[in-house]
Ligand binder design. Structure first.
Ligand code: IVH
Length: 703
């Protein structure tokens, strides 16, 4: 639905010829940027859209097909040559702060969790956030034995041979205090000067130049031939660790990093240890001032709680530690022309307008698209097609349009469509809030009938956090979906491919980018390997609104097995008050989730989809985090004022011990831990005959 791109059916022969030539040049450029330089200039989705358009034009005008057509090209080799390494301790990411206020909130949150008053001192470290890629180095008895990239956080690529070529990475650690097993983690990066010198050499040799140091460092570390890596000037800063045995040698972050320095690593000289949030922010300002003159790129400042005992108590939320945060530098901005506005339909049917932009470099990355969020935002910005606009990019988030810089007389206003851009042209509706106020989001009302929504749901279904099927990702779903002769239209279809003997259909995918090497059998095997699925993954994969991976895990742990969850969800959809109350009482689950689950399981087509799917699967019962603990599997409620721990800490502790921490007392509650001042919950527990205990008794019980 690009307003400047004609439908293929409407192209004249001359237009088709010109466009095929333009597409061949663009695709060749994108191929080189992606495969050879690890520096893509367009998103995968945009790239695929170009390829599909090329195919469609060739299909309509076969005689115009160029001899060097992009469709004939086999994708460049992907880095398949690295072995995998499973991280003994997951490599996590950091939560972000974008303002001083966020930084203050972080410190307050930490203090609250630890039951400190705002006036209690808390030692923190602040250090630059290096814009490179993280690497985990494993030393056994002081010798480097392996090096792994972060990968998906759980499993990374084995890049040991390449890491050995980096002079900042010692082969042998020096020091009597080096633990027998010591995984040192940090950032691989390239300095700005080395990056520029490398580009000069490339240019002098008539070769392509690179886009930015970060992507170049990533590309260099992931070279299959370590001789190539050795020629690239990579560096490494050590700042964290993974597995350490028999024990951590020091009790603070700052002592650990100082030890890394003595053992032979480079450590960042701008790391400071401070005692207050004001000093923390002052150090942020100092690093921000020095940023431009530093020899390497940084994108923020990382704050960490210094005391490792406190870090342990704080633990993790989802994928990031509670004891650290990255305070990012403000987003970078640039101006460019907005050439078109397209409508994208998401998994939940939301219609999102996307600005197509003339390519512009913002903070080292070429930006060609930006989100416009919704119709109100377009109106608020007053943006029209043809305007020059200011765009902003911050970290990995989607670039945004900030406002109009100038508007030529021939700029065209955008009319928000009243029907879905799919072939069904389903009417678009605006949701109303509880108070009857019209919401800003426009949704296609087609739900599962809408091809865009089905496609987006399938993408979620196969994604890493859901079914995670090797060789079946977003790109492949696009292929499958856009060609109606191919056999995946709904999740269950994935699991019947082999029995329907779809191998021949799959052959059609041969030679399409990303599918060249995948044999049908390999895909069938990968699918078979996922036929047994964990309950939380299944719940997440259903794509119920408001049910993300954390909520899915909570639901899985609470209901234990598929049948219980399914029955509860169906009962809830039927308006069963006990079922509603039971789900609502779960910790971290609010009315929005309960309503969404009810609505999902109240729709006939969803029920059919789920039944077809589950009949193909073996669903594993939810994992109980710690089976040994005396409270594993029990539901605990904390009430009253606790004296030895905060409420958040108590809940986190219960969950660590395999229990479920609930917010309200019901007949499902096993134990109520009541501190002084406990009121209605204690009364209700006593009325229901629920076991109650004091905080001290709780500690006696769990040890
Ligand atoms: S600490 C448990 N410190 O940022 C988290 N990370 O968003 C341990 N990074 O994957 C990470 N500089 O690649 C830490 N001084 C620093 C860092 C840093 C860069 C990267 C790292 C990590 C990402 C998290």
């Amino acid at each position: 639905m690009t307003h400047e791109t004609k439908p293929v059916d409407a192209l004249s022969e001359a237009e088709a010829r010109a466009e095929l030539e333009r597409l061949a040049t663009d695709l060749a450029r994108h191929d080189a940027a992606y495969h050879t330089h690890d520096a893509p200039v367009v998103s995968d989705a945009d790239y695929d859209a170009l390829k599909r358009r090329n195919l469609a034009i060739e299909a309509r005008f076969p005689k115009l097909k160029l001899s060097e057509s992009p469709t004939e090209k086999v994708g460049a080799p992907v880095a398949e040559g690295f072995g995998k390494i499973t991280h003994k301790v997951a490599m996590l990411s950091l939560d972000n702060a974008f303002s001083d206020e966020d930084a203050r909130d972080f410190v307050s949150r930490v203090k609250r969790f630890l039951s400190l008053t705002p006036f209690d001192e808390l030692a923190l470290t602040a250090e630059p956030k290096i814009d490179g890629l993280s690497l985990s180095l494993r030393y056994e008895n002081g010798r480097l034995v392996s090096a792994a990239t972060r990968g998906n956080g759980a499993v990374g690529e084995n890049v040991t041979a390449n890491a050995r070529t980096i002079s900042d990475i010692p082969e042998q650690l020096a020091g009597a205090d080096v633990p027998e097993i010591m995984e040192v983690r940090g950032e691989v990066y390239m300095t700005k000067a080395d990056f520029m010198a490398l580009n000069e050499r490339q240019a002098a040799a008539g070769k392509q130049t690179y886009v930015n140091p970060r992507n170049t460092a990533a590309g260099s570390l992931r070279q299959l031939d370590s001789k190539v890596t050795a020629e690239r000037p990579l560096k490494f800063f050590a700042y964290a660790w993974g597995e350490v045995a028999p024990a951590l040698p020091y009790g603070t972050q700052s002592e650990m990093v100082a030890a890394f320095g003595r053992w032979g690593f480079s450590v960042n000289p701008l790391m400071a240890r401070v005692m207050s949030v004001d000093e923390l922010i002052a150090h942020y300002r100092r690093i921000e001032t020095e940023r431009a003159s530093l020899p390497y790129d940084i994108d923020g400042v990382v704050y960490k709680v210094d005391d490792l005992g406190l870090q342990q108590r704080l633990g993790f939320v989802s994928r990031s530690p509670r004891w650290a945060i990255a305070h990012k530098f403000p987003a970078e901005k640039a101006a460019t022309r907005l050439t078109a506005i397209d409508i994208q339909v998401g998994r939940t049917g939301a219609l999102t307008p996307v600005a197509r932009l003339e390519p512009v470099t913002v903070g080292g990355v070429v930006v060609t698209n930006a989100t416009l969020h919704n119709a109100e935002e377009i109106e608020r910005l007053g943006v029209r097609i043809g305007d020059t606009v200011q765009v902003q990019r911050a970290g990995d988030v989607i670039p945004q349009v900030l406002g109009v810089v100038s508007s030529p007389p021939d700029a065209v206003s955008f009319t928000f469509p009243s029907t879905c851009p799919c072939n069904l042209q389903t009417p678009v509706i605006r949701e109303e809030t509880a108070g009857g106020v019209e919401g800003v989001v426009r949704r296609c009302s087609g739900e599962f009938a809408c091809p865009f929504q089905r496609k987006e749901h399938l993408k979620l279904f196969v994604s890493r956090k859901a079914f995670d099927i090797e060789g079946l990702g977003e790109k492949q779903i696009e292929y499958f979906y856009d060609d109606p002769s191919l056999p995946i239209r709904a999740p269950a279809d994935i699991f019947t491919l082999a029995e329907r003997d779809a191998a021949e259909d799959l052959l059609k995918l041969k030679n399409r980018d990303g599918y060249g090497e995948t044999s049908a059998q390999k895909l069938f095997d990968a699918i078979e390997a996922r036929r047994t699925v964990a309950l939380d993954r299944l719940i997440f994969a259903l794509g119920i609104r408001h049910v993300g991976e954390t909520t899915a895990r909570t639901l899985a742990r609470a209901y234990g097995d598929w049948q219980s969850f399914h029955e509860a969800a169906r009962a809830l959809a039927g308006g069963d008050a006990a079922a509603i109350e039971e789900m609502d009482a779960l910790d971290d689950i609010g009315p929005a989730v309960v309503e969404a689950v009810g609505r999902f399981f109240g729709e006939e087509h969803n029920i059919a989809m789920v039944e077809d799917l589950v009949s193909q699967l073996t669903v594993q019962d939810a994992e109980k985090p710690s089976q040994e603990s005396p409270v594993a599997g029990l539901t605990i409620v904390f009430t009253g004022s606790l004296e030895r721990m905060t409420r958040d800490e108590a809940k986190a502790m219960a969950e660590r011990l395999g229990a479920k921490a609930a917010g309200s007392v019901s007949k499902k509650t096993d134990i109520l831990v009541a501190g002084p001042g406990a009121g209605s919950k204690l009364a209700k527990a006593e009325a229901l005959g629920v076991r109650t205990m004091t905080e001290d008794e709780w500690f006696e019980l769990v040890g």
